[in-house]
Design a protein around this ligand. Structure first.
Ligand SMILES: Cc1cc2nc3c(=O)[nH]c(=O)nc-3n(C[C@H](O)[C@H](O)[C@H](O)COP(=O)(O)OP(=O)(O)OC[C@H]3O[C@@H](n4cnc5c(N)ncnc54)[C@H](O)[C@@H]3O)c2cc1C
Length: 686
């Protein structure tokens, strides 16, 4: 959108939503185009949290804070009064919400912004766009963007400096004759002439501060991440050569039947994908995070890097020397990344996604860099995204493999997509593990139908990190500090999934005596926790925090129910089983931190599959008591589908156990209210 607005002659400024001063009254009309994802339960993503708070606080009117002070003063003119009550009168806006309809609060934050802005006097330029990850997301986005630019040009022709330039012509005209390139350097230099003069992608807010060289001083963000040393990298679940066997099986099937090479089958029917719910290696990563603060329940974002072998492969494929050749600082890629990277190796390692298969829209762009007309046609055909594309991506070709397949393509590096950070639920408490942050990582591994093993970018990067300490917590050798991997990360507060008392939405908290007693609110709160697969990750931060609080507070006479249901495939996948055993029995040190732990195996020894929601019915009375009588808190973590299953089981239990004989609609209503009051908290991924 930013590039497109530039092409048609506007002078846009790109910034985070929270950086824009919506809260202040403006004298001049301003046009705001807001493109946003949604997070958690219809909440703002990082970078929109302040605006969300402003819109939901009920204090959106500019005079809210000084209503009383103004009572004695002369009445405002009617114009000023209306501005005060409609603080966004100056604002024309358009919202595009990006999301996935797999989640219950689909595009929730975008919808909030769109409706609230109108209520506050903003002028909506066009209907809100919704782009669904499960339904042609990119197509929807492109359509919305085209409509938005058209509407803007119609509504504000005077704001457009180069009206006479046709949009498509201008976009093409900016690309000079491509010619041929022998290596990356040519591509970079070629690219300098196209883009650096016309586009400098800038974040308006605190740019200089964000781009400052990394220091260990917060706040830590994507642009200024915390650099954490890997202390330990422990395998919790091992894959016993399952991948090897499956890959051999899969390739045998294909070589046995040559027709399979050309089989026109839809990807979903034949891809053998090992997903988060299937058998895979799971690791506990322990980082040294001295100076970084977080709370149990928060997320950490990891900035992945491409592996050495992938970078070397890519350098060689481009005919570039595999040493640390310096990046031409005048090229557009250097200016795009604000001079953060000094060598081509650095930029290939940390900035460019060398693995993810290009999507159809990307292929259309790539086609324009093919000098061979036959290759160009073939790539354009793939870019149509139909069955041919599905068949091509069946083996998940990486960018490098695609370039090998179409050797006439010479693409500027800054047209290749960027590596994106990955979220992980924090699995530790700083009170329990001072100066450390732990995560539980399921290593994403896939086998294509032709037996090619593929790995998730970030989880395999983390899997391969070298720890400073051995399993018993000792330094491996004198040079360990030098060898230990450093991982860039930053924390994303997840206030909607914190322990009671540490979040902003919990109501009906257990009574506390004084401020210091507030610390122990989590200990006084009955908890029902339901985890599926890697969904156990945040609960480890909870039980560590509770352990620490309990050791600070000392023994208590009152028994508080704290129940954990853990859904996994087999006993082998029961993560942290030993730890859980030690905290769920009554010893001198641990007074039943968890009062009941129920592991549920979906592929256990019994013939029937059993999921957590099935097992919950065995504990109906206990669950009902926690939810209804003890005023407890319910936490769910895992895939969206699993959380939905747990939620409907909970509604059935409430209906079954209710003393007043309520209907299923009333039970569903009750669940809805619990969610609104912050009593049900969900952390969904996948
Ligand atoms: C809020 C939140 C919290 C999370 N917490 C955790 C956590 O605690 N622990 C955890 O393990 N994960 C967690 N995740 C998931 C995590 O962020 C990553 O998505 C996960 O580790 C995979 O990332 P990756 O880079 O390894 O894989 P990617 O490279 O991103 O690949 C992931 C997906 O891409 C597709 N894919 C990629 N390559 C192929 C291929 N070759 N063949 C077929 N399909 C392919 C698959 O659909 C796959 O699911 C969380 C996610 C969110 C949003």
């Amino acid at each position: 959108m930013f590039k497109r607005l530039l092409y048609v002659g506007y002078n846009p400024v790109l910034m985070e939503l929270d950086s824009y001063p919506f809260f202040q009254q403006a004298d001049i009309r301003s046009i705001n185009i807001i493109i946003t994802s949604t997070f958690g339960q219809g909440n703002a993503p990082d970078g929109g949290i302040k605006v969300e708070e402003w819109l939901t606080s009920g204090k959106t009117n500019l005079n809210d804070d000084n209503k009383h002070a103004d009572d004695s003063s002369v009445a405002h003119s009617s114009e000023t009064a209306s501005t005060m009550c409609s603080p966004l009168l100056w604002c024309s806006y358009a919202v595009c919400a990006i999301g996935s309809s797999a989640y219950p609060f689909y595009c929730g934050f975008g919808k909030l912004v769109d409706t609230k802005f109108e209520e506050l006097g903003g002028k909506r330029l066009l209907p809100m766009g919704t782009c669904d990850a499960l339904n042609q997301q990119l197509k929807s986005y492109n359509e919305w963007e085209t409509l938005a630019v058209k509407t803007l040009r119609k509504a504000y022709p005077h704001a457009c400096l180069r009206l006479e330039i046709d949009e498509t012509v201008s976009a093409n005209a900016s690309r000079p004759d491509r010619g041929t390139f022998s290596n990356v350097e040519d591509q970079l230099i070629f690219n300098t002439s196209i883009l650096s003069a016309s586009i400098s992608l800038e974040f308006y807010s605190d740019r200089k501060k964000r781009m400052a060289p990394a220091e260990h001083k917060g706040p830590f963000t994507r642009d200024k991440p915390f650099v954490a040393t890997v202390l330990q990298n422990i395998e919790l679940v091992t894959v016993q050569n399952i991948l090897g066997d499956a890959a051999i099986e899969s390739s045998k099937r294909f070589s046995a039947n040559p027709q399979n090479q050309f089989q026109q089958s839809s990807i979903s029917s034949i891809v053998r994908t090992i997903t988060i719910d299937e058998q895979h290696s799971v690791r506990l990563l322990v980082f040294d995070t001295t100076g970084l603060s977080y709370s149990p329940g928060d997320h950490v974002c990891v900035l992945p890097e491409n592996t050495l072998s992938n970078v070397n492969d890519f350098l060689l494929a481009c005919g570039w020397k595999p040493d640390d050749e310096r990046l031409d600082q005048s090229c557009s890629l250097a200016s795009l990344t604000n001079g953060k990277y000094e060598t081509i190796r650095e930029i290939l390692t940390q900035y460019i996604d060398l693995i993810t298969t290009p999507q159809p829209h990307m292929l259309k762009l790539i086609a324009s860099f093919a000098s061979d007309p036959g290759e160009q046609r073939a790539i354009l055909e793939l870019g149509k995204g139909a069955q041919r594309y599905e068949d091509w991506k069946i083996n998940a070709p990486s960018v490098k493999e695609m370039l090998n397949q179409f050797p006439s393509v010479k693409i500027p590096l800054d047209e290749i997509i960027q590596l994106q950070p990955r979220y992980y639920s924090i699995s530790s408490s700083t009170r329990f593990n001072e100066n450390q942050l732990h995560i539980t990582v399921g290593v994403a591994t896939y086998i294509t139908p032709r037996g090619v093993i593929r790995e998730g970018i970030c989880s395999s990067y983390l899997q391969q990190t070298v720890p400073l300490l051995s399993l018993d917590g000792k330094k491996t050798d004198p040079s360990a500090a030098e060898k230990a991997s450093k991982v860039k990360l930053f924390v994303l507060p997840n206030i909607h999934f914190r322990l009671p008392g540490s979040d902003k939405k919990s109501t009906n908290m257990p009574p506390t005596v004084n401020i210091s007693e507030d610390l122990f609110v989590p200990l006084n709160s009955p908890l029902l926790m339901v985890a599926v697969g890697s969904g156990i990750a945040p609960f480890r931060s909870f039980w560590q925090e509770l352990q620490m609080l309990q050791s600070l507070k000392g023994k208590s006479e009152i028994k508080i129910d704290r129940v954990l249901f853990m859904g996994c495939r087999t006993p082998n996948d029961f993560l942290y089983a030993k730890e859980l055993e030690s905290i769920s029995c009554n010893t001198d040190n641990n007074e039943n931190i968890l009062t009941t732990v129920v592991p549920v195996y979906s592929r256990g020894t019994s013939a029937a599959k059993r999921y957590v929601q099935d097992a919950m019915f065995d504990y109906e009375a206990l669950i009902y008591s926690i939810v209804k009588h003890e005023n407890g808190f319910i936490y769910m973590c895992g895939s969206t589908r699993a959380c939905q299953g747990v939620e409907s089981a909970l509604a059935s239990i409430i209906e079954n156990c209710s003393e007043d004989g309520i209907t299923s609609e009333e039970a569903a209503d009750f669940i809805k209210r619990l969610k609104e009051n912050g009593k049900i908290k969900q952390d969904m991924f996948g």
